[in-house]
Design a protein around this ligand. Structure first.
Ligand code: HAM
Length: 422
C-alpha cells in the first residue's frame, strides 16, 4: 500500500485552510448573535446509539458506518452525523433539567462509507445546530433563518430552500401503507435499490434518482395529503413565519431525507451551481428522538451543513483581505539577524503578523519572497542598520522606503500607519 491518504479522505493544505478559517469565523459570529452555544461530542460512540437514533433501515446505518470493535470487544462507530451524539450528551448531562430551550451548535468531522466524488467524501465536516426543548414553529423558522444567514454571509447566491412536512409517526404509517399499495404493482419496473427499499424503507423511494422510478413516483400519493390537522397546522404556521421573515421556499412533497428520526418539518438548502451534490444544508424536526434514546419527551429541530461543499463554492472567490498587517523581516549579518529576531518578537506582541526570513540569502531574494507571501511591508536590517539600531521600512505595494530607529517602530505612531496599510 502506498503512502496516500485513504480513499474518500483529503488533506486540507494551508492555502485551502484560510477559507475554512473564514467560514468558521463567519459562522461563529452569526451563531453567537443568535445565542447558540458550542458543544463538542466524541468522534466515536457506542454503535447502538446510531442504530437506534438514525434507524437500522437507513443507508447510513445499513451500509455506510465505520464500525469496529475496540480491544475490550465493545462495538464502536465513527460518528456518521452529529445529532445522535448531541442528543446522547443532552440526556447524559441532564441538560433538560436546566429548563428552557437549549440552542447548541457543533463543527467537526463525520464519517460515512460512501462512493467518493466531488463534494462527497468518506471523512467530511459538518457545521450543525440542534435546538432542544421547543415544539414552537418559531423554532423551525429560527433555525432556517440562521442557516440562511450563514449561507448568505458566505456569499452563496443560487440558493433554494426546499421545504416539506413528513408529519408525525401516525401520519407516516398511514401514508406508508398507501405508498406500498401504489408501488407494489410496479415493483418489477423500479430500479434495484428501490425494489429493495420497498420492504425496508418505502418512503426513501421518493428520493430515487432513477428516471423510470421517478416517473412512477410522480403519480404516487403525496405525504402532504396524509397529514393530520395538527401536523398540517404546524406546517402552515412554519410557512407563514418564513413569509414574515421574507424567506423564499419551495414546497417539495418528495423531500423525505435519509434519516429516520424526522417528524414534521424537513428542509434542505440546495445550491444550483454545485450540480448533483448541491445540498449544502439539510435538517428537520425530530420530536421523538430524545425520548427514544432514553430521555424525557423533548421536541427538537436542527440542521447540518456539509462544509466541503461550501468550501468548493468559496474557493471560486477572492479571499477576504487580512485584518492584521503582515511584516516580513529581512536581515543579513549576525548582528542584524539577532536584532531582527528580537524585533520580530516585540512586534508580534503588539499584534502584528511577522515572518522572519531564515534563508540567509541575498537581500533581493528575501524581498522577493516577502512579495510572494503577500506581506504588506518588508523590514530590512543590514550591517549599518544593525550598528545604528535602525530598520528600513519598505512598503511592498508602493515601493516607498523610510529609515527609522527600531524603538520608534514600536511606537503608537507607527502602529496606526501599519494598520492603515494592512
Ligand atoms: P444529512 O442530510 O445526512 O443530515 O447531512 C447534512 C449535510 O451534510 C448534507 O446536506 C451535506 O451537505 C453534508 N454531507 C452528508 N454526507 C456527506 C458526504 N459524504 N460528503 C460531504 N458532505 C456530506 C444530517 O447529518 C443530520 N444530522 C442533520 C440534522 C441535524 N438534522 C437535524 N439536526
Amino acid at each position: 500500500m502506498g503512502l496516500q491518504a485513504p480513499r474518500g479522505t483529503r488533506d486540507i493544505l494551508p492555502a485551502e485552510r484560510v477559507y475554512w478559517q473564514y467560514l468558521e469565523t463567519t459562522a461563529r459570529q452569526i451563531l453567537d448573535r443568535a445565542a447558540y452555544h458550542e458543544i463538542c461530542t466524541p468522534i466515536f460512540e457506542y454503535t447502538p446509539l446510531f442504530e437506534r437514533g438514525i434507524g437500522e433501515a437507513t443507508d447510513i446505518v445499513s451500509k455506510e458506518m465505520y464500525t469496529f470493535n475496540d480491544r475490550a470487544q465493545r462495538s464502536l462507530t465513527l460518528r456518521p452525523e452529529g445529532t445522535a451524539g448531541v442528543v446522547r450528551a443532552y440526556i447524559e448531562h441532564g441538560l433538560h433539567s436546566q429548563g428552557g430551550v437549549q440552542r447548541l451548535w457543533y463543527l467537526g468531522p463525520m464519517f460515512r462509507y460512501e462512493r467518493p466524488q466531488a463534494g462527497r467524501y468518506r471523512q467530511f465536516h459538518q457545521l450543525g445546530v440542534e435546538v432542544l426543548g421547543s415544539a414552537d414553529p418559531r423554532a423551525d423558522a429560527e433555525v432556517i433563518a440562521v442557516a440562511l444567514d450563514i449561507l448568505q454571509a458566505l456569499g452563496l447566491k443560487e440558493l433554494t430552500l426546499m421545504l416539506n412536512s413528513v408529519g408525525d409517526r401516525e401520519d407516516r404509517s398511514a401514508y406508508r401503507q398507501a405508498l406500498l399499495d401504489y408501488l407494489t404493482p410496479y415493483k418489477a419496473d423500479l430500479d434495484p435499490d428501490s425494489q429493495e427499499r420497498l420492504d425496508r424503507n418505502p418512503l426513501r423511494i421518493l428520493d430515487s434518482k432513477d428516471p423510470r422510478t421517478q416517473a412512477i413516483v410522480k403519480e404516487a400519493p403525496r405525504l402532504l395529503d396524509y397529514l393530520s390537522p395538527r401536523s398540517r397546522n404546524h406546517f402552515e404556521q412554519v410557512q407563514s413565519l418564513l413569509q414574515d421573515l421574507g424567506i423564499n421556499y419551495q414546497i417539495h412533497p418528495a423531500l423525505v431525507r435519509g434519516l429516520d428520526y424526522y417528524t414534521h418539518t424537513a428542509f434542505e438548502f440546495q445550491d444550483l451551481s454545485l450540480g448533483n451534490e448541491g445540498t449544502v444544508c439539510g435538517g428537520g424536526r425530530y420530536d421523538h428522538l430524545v425520548e427514544e434514546l432514553g430521555g424525557p419527551a423533548t421536541p427538537a429541530i436542527g440542521w447540518a451543513m456539509g462544509l466541503e461543499r461550501l468550501i468548493l463554492l468559496l474557493r471560486e472567490r477572492p479571499l477576504p483581505p487580512r485584518t492584521a498587517p503582515y511584516l516580513y523581516m529581512v536581515t543579513r549579518g549576525e548582528a542584524a539577524e539577532r536584532q531582527g529576531l528580537i524585533l520580530a518578537q516585540q512586534l508580534r506582541h503588539q499584534g502584528y503578523t511577522v515572518e522572519v526570513d531564515l534563508s540567509g540569502s541575498a537581500f533581493g531574494k528575501q524581498v522577493k519572497r516577502a512579495d510572494r507571501v503577500g506581506a504588506t511591508v518588508c523590514l530590512v536590517i543590514g550591517e549599518s542598520e544593525a550598528t545604528d539600531h535602525t530598520v528600513q521600512v519598505k512598503w511592498l505595494t508602493s515601493g516607498e522606503q523610510v529609515l527609522v530607529s527600531q524603538r520608534e517602530l514600536l511606537s503608537e505612531n507607527w502602529r496606526s500607519r501599519f494598520f492603515a496599510s494592512a
